[in-house]
Design a protein around this ligand. Structure first.
Ligand code: AMP
Length: 248
């Protein structure tokens, strides 16, 4: 069973993003970029399944500018076997990403399609769902556990007040949640070895997918600054302040 893992290059989660003065976009010039954290979890899971003999090959895919190659190299260093880069400098919305991923999934005849539950830049949480719909395949979103038994995949998801375990036939689209695993730390020798692993390039035109945007962002705005808190001397003062603020 071949696994395809979608990895997106995003602003590192430690970076405090700034909105451009005219509100037209966020400023990502000179900020640290990394693999989307949920995608790291997806890669880790695919690699663990391969190490357990449940998956035959792990192919990482990224859609984005030239630098998406760095993200793919990280996936290769984590243990992916091959990488596919669909190079475009245009911004791609989740529907366009889903259409491109479908093309690659079909070419590769991948059976397990792993994505992150959401990209931390657009926070869309749409791509996996759209990919499943386009492929007419079942989907398991927010996976906390994945088990592979022959031709069947069992996915456990956290739901309100408990867990739910779903069984799927292949191919299946699964999106990774935080608790699925803890990704390994990539060591320098693995990064060096990753340089030798195959990385294939495609263009959007060659894949024949229309990526023209359906949405226009009207405005970006920073959150309102939070007011500083105060220290209270005792419980009576605390209660008085809470009453004053009409919190109780
Ligand atoms: P989103 O729907 O934008 O929140 O993204 C959900 C998941 O889709 C991400 O965690 C990635 O696994 C995948 N994805 C989104 N955009 C891209 C991209 N440009 N390249 C590769 N994978 C992507």
């Amino acid at each position: 069973m071949k696994a395809l893992v979608a990895v997106k290059r995003v602003v590192d989660y430690n970076v405090k993003v700034r909105v451009k003065a005219d509100g037209s976009d966020v400023d990502i010039g000179n900020v640290k970029m990394s693999m989307n954290p949920f995608d790291e979890i997806a890669v880790e899971e695919a690699v663990r399944l391969k190490e357990a003999g449940k998956v035959s090959e792990v192919v990482a895919v990224s859609i984005g500018g030239k630098k998406a190659e760095d993200t793919l190299r990280t996936a290769l260093a984590m243990g992916a076997d091959r990488a596919v880069h669909i190079e475009t400098e245009s911004s791609v919305e989740p529907l366009a990403v889903a259409k491109l991923l479908k093309k690659i999934a079909e070419r590769e005849e991948a059976q397990l399609l792993l994505l992150g539950k959401q990209a931390i830049d657009d926070d869309a949480n749409q791509t996996a769902q759209m990919l499943a719909a386009l492929m007419n395949a079942p989907q398991a979103t927010f996976a906390g556990k994945i088990e592979v038994n022959g031709g069947e995949v069992l996915v456990t998801r956290e739901i309100d007040g408990g867990e739910e375990t779903l069984a799927f036939r292949l191919p299946v689209v699964v999106s990774a949640d935080l608790r699925l695993n803890e990704p390994r730390f990539v060591k320098l020798p693995s990064l060096m070895q990753a340089k030798k692993k195959p990385l294939e390039k495609h263009t959007v035109e060659e894949l024949g997918v229309d990526i023209s945007p359906r949405l226009a962002v009207a405005k970006y705005a920073e959150p309102k600054p939070r007011q500083a808190g105060i220290k209270v001397a005792d419980v009576d003062e605390l209660l008085a302040k809470l009453k004053e603020a009409k919190a109780i």
